[in-house]
Design a binder for this molecule. Structure first.
Ligand SMILES: [Zn+2]
Length: 125
């Protein structure tokens, strides 16, 4: 898809909506391979020069995602990619698979998720 200012705005709005439904902070969003290459190397480590191969990449540790708009063929794939990457942010422990795909489908249908909590013991006596 061609990334014009309208599409850029639309994507950022969608990310805002889904982020709030998924109870995650809005990630920093990169929309071109140039933005990936321009980002600090330590933030894109492991998926920097290879990012162009994918529809999307999530850099979970850095609360950052890349949506490869130019590679994405249509609206449906765009929506899927956005939700896929945001599900990674909300469920950072979850690998690709049946459960992951189910969450993506639910997310696409408008489901909300409560905030992610790590199970840390916080009390000591
Ligand atoms: Zn993925």
């Amino acid at each position: 898809m061609n990334l014009d200012p309208d599409l850029r705005l639309k994507i950022l709005e969608k990310i805002g909506v889904y982020s709030s439904r998924f109870s995650i902070p809005e990630p920093l969003t990169l929309l071109t391979t140039k933005e990936v290459l321009d980002a600090p190397k330590e933030t894109t480590e492991g998926r920097r020069t290879s990012a162009y191969k994918y529809y999307g990449v999530s850099y979970i540790q850095h609360n950052m995602i890349f949506i490869n708009v130019r590679k994405i063929p249509d609206e449906k794939t765009l929506e899927n990619t956005i939700v896929h990457e945001l599900i990674h942010m909300r469920f950072p422990y979850l690998a690709h698979g049946k459960r992951f795909n189910k969450l993506v489908r639910q997310g696409l249908k408008g489901k909300s998720f409560s905030p992610y909590r790590t199970r840390k013991k916080v009390h000591s006596t």
